[in-house]
Design a binder for this molecule. Structure first.
Ligand code: AMP
Length: 377
């Protein structure tokens, strides 16, 4: 199957071509026709599967077919994090390059210039608004956001949004939308609260579920059993002066831990930087850019960005600790082996966290290879 089979608008097909996408991914194959038919949809799909394209492409195609002006918001995409809002907006810009469609990303941050830019863009209007719930509500309260023209609502990473406590915000935004609209919901997992939300806001949805919660097969996973005070030395030996590990993502569960790992790596002369929610939006973007450009070798991150970031060619993901939630494990290691490349994911497990890791193995239905700790000799 290729993208020509979907009857997408020629401008959007040109955008797809210029982005270098040749064949649709499985979620795109299944979701695009359903969305083009105007049906509601609930899709269980993780980042890395091409889920952004799965909703962006048909929605852009529908928008491109409209002859109306492009200053009315026809599509609202609600997402959990600024990183995801920016990434979706960037993909839209690429796909919509040859069409008159406009989009705005609306997300939080303490930067006043950002607020003014978002305000001006919202006042000027655009076909698509991609927003985090809290910041959108702040703009709505100022009175210049009109959502009564919205025809398509998309909730992306819905499970993450509920985990982050956005339920009430989402519902208060939805109240401002026309009842007659197309609603699409994407979620990596389908717990009870997501099913309930789907019942409330979707109308006879088509359900698509790809086999989720399993890491891509081309990720080599391994575990080191070790003590906390051995972790840094081991990480050091895995990455230092190794030409074949140029881009490493290290995950830890808390901000404090992330900052401390960053400090210690720098002391050990490794080009490392941390990214977490204490950083201003611009600082986060700078760090991500430096990482993408290979100016830094190691990015140390909390789970909050494990879903959002879209960086290809990460050689190695290291779980400096075991994530509490097996789903987070899948998301963390899914940052390597993006878009058909191979990747390696290593998890550091101390004695205390062994039970937690057993839970992950049970969830995955497999046993992860344990490497002998070279520091235990
Ligand atoms: P996503 O699951 O939307 O986060 O997408 C994961 C990555 O796959 C992104 O880097 C996309 O640019 C890329 N991607 C999505 N769809 C395709 C496609 N049909 N062909 C090639 N790459 C794709």
């Amino acid at each position: 199957m290729n993208f020509n089979d979907f009857k997408l608008h020629p401008d959007i097909l040109e955008g797809i071509n210029s982005m270098g996408f040749e064949n649709p991914t499985p979620i795109q194959e299944q979701a695009i026709p359903v969305i083009l038919e105007g049906k509601d949809l609930i899709a269980c799909a993780q980042t890395g599967t091409g889920k952004t394209g799965a909703f962006v492409l048909p929605i852009l195609s529908i928008n491109a077919n409209k002859t109306s002006n492009h200053s009315k918001v026809s599509t609202l995409v609600i997402v959990p994090t600024r990183e995801l809002a920016l990434q979706i907006d960037q993909q839209i810009e690429g796909f919509a390059y040859f069409s008159p469609i406009g989009s705005i990303a609306v997300y939080g941050g303490n930067d006043g210039g950002n607020w003014d830019r978002q305000r001006a863009a919202l006042e000027g209007g655009a076909d698509l608004v991609i927003a985090t719930p809290g910041r959108l509500i702040q703009h709505i309260q100022m009175g210049y956001v009109k959502l009564d023209t919205v025809e398509h609502l998309i909730l992306d990473e819905a499970d993450r949004m509920l985990d982050m406590g956005f339920y009430d915000d989402i519902m208060s935004i939805i109240k401002l939308l026309p009842e007659k609209r197309q609603t699409l919901m994407f979620s990596a997992t389908m717990p009870q609260n997501i099913r309930k939300l789907a019942k409330t806001i979707l109308h006879n949805p088509v359900e698509i579920s790809l086999s989720v919660s399993k890491p891509a097969e081309n990720i080599l996973q391994a575990v080191y059993m070790l003590e906390n005070d051995q972790k840094l030395e081991l990480l050091d030996s895995l990455v230092k002066e190794k030409d074949y590990v140029q881009s490493v993502l290290v995950f830890a569960s808390t901000k404090a831990e992330v900052k401390s790992i960053e400090r210690k790596l720098i002391q050990s002369n490794i080009r490392a930087k941390a990214i977490h929610s204490d950083l201003e939006q611009r600082e986060r973007e700078d760090v991500l850019r430096e990482f993408k450009n290979r100016k830094i070798q190691i990015l140390v991150a909390t789970d909050i960005i494990s879903r959002g970031i879209d960086i290809e060619d990460i050689d190695l993901v290291v779980n400096y600790d075991v994530p509490n939630d097996p789903e987070d494990y899948v998301h963390r290691i899914g940052r390597t082996a993006r878009a058909q490349s191979d990747g390696v994911a290593i998890t550091f497990v101390n004695k205390k966290q062994k039970i937690l890791f057993d839970k992950i193995e049970k969830f995955l239905g497999t046993t992860i290879f344990k490497i002998r700790n070279p520091l235990d000799s």
